[in-house]
Design a protein around this ligand. Sequence first.
Ligand code: ATP
Length: 349
Amino acid sequence: MATISLKNVSKKWAGFTGVDALSLDIADGEFLVLLGPSGCGKTTTMRMIAGLETISDGEIWIGDRVVNTLEPKDRDIAMVFQSYGLYPTMSVYENIRFPLRVRKVPRETHHERVMRAAAMVELGDFLERRPAALSGGQRQRVALARAIVRQPTVFLMDEPLSNLDAKLRVSTRAQIKNLHHELKTTTIYVTHDQIEAMTLADRVVVMNRGIVQQVGTPMQIYDRPANTFVAGFIGSPAMNLIEGDIRSGVFTATNMRVEGLAGMPDGPVTLGFRAEDAGVADRGGQISAPVYSMELLGDASMVTVQCGKALAAVKTPKDFRIAIGAPVGITVPASICHFFDARSGHRIE
Ligand code: ATP
């Protein structure tokens, strides 16, 4: 069983905490994504699981054993990095075969295993080439095949798509998803790209400054972000966040008024809503402001208005057009609003 458990795992360097008391249970076969901005501690977490970084506190379990002091090579983990780490003088075939040679896997099984791994990532036609004669996407697929060929109990992937151009990233992402569907190997995947996280993950762990902000399925995190950090990180665009006040069930902010909030306590609050949930009003609406920008996205258009200090984006049908500076009303009914504590940023139920 390749379950993984982190129990209060921390990483501290003289006076600085990179990962703070992280606890997490990863199920056998799960695809877990660690998501967060640069410096949030995701690579450090991954490296601690791999055994490439010592841990300052806590326990890491893989299956039924604590691996805190186990060498990386004894953890039965295969890693895929953004820099592909291929051997330039070896052919694709030999690169894929390399882990089998190092681990003294019986020679007579090598060919079949290499060919199977190469076929899974569609590299069958490139086996004689050197890495220098491959595109970035093909190199990353060699790195994937080299991880697959070992049949490890866990895959760790650290931003494996970040060196690929936008189009290749989408196709390689689909390939990784498909591979996981076939192999069902427990996978931990690090990224700062929320779209990668949403599309690949069974569950997402959102991190900021070494601290877990929320753990949940992509839809749980999208539908009910636990705080303003998560709300402002997930979604494309991220959730609009407007600071204002509630009095007697009415939220007010510059250019904005939302009624029907009976039961909400009076006081300062941050209101959130998603661009795709709001709309342009025929007349009236909860926001009245001049158009700040108007963008064509192809499948939709996006109108942005200024709301006090904040900008608020609204997705409209693709053929909607309006001039910059023209007055517009935006519909933000209470039913689409999320509320966060003005001070702590925590979600208010
Ligand atoms: P990125 O997306 O940029 O790779 P990350 O979320 O993976 O970022 P980490 O590499 O895990 O971030 O680093 C977490 C924090 O720990 C950062 O603030 C980093 O500067 C710090 N850090 C990492 N390695 C060390 C080290 N050896 N000594 C001191 N601080 C470190």
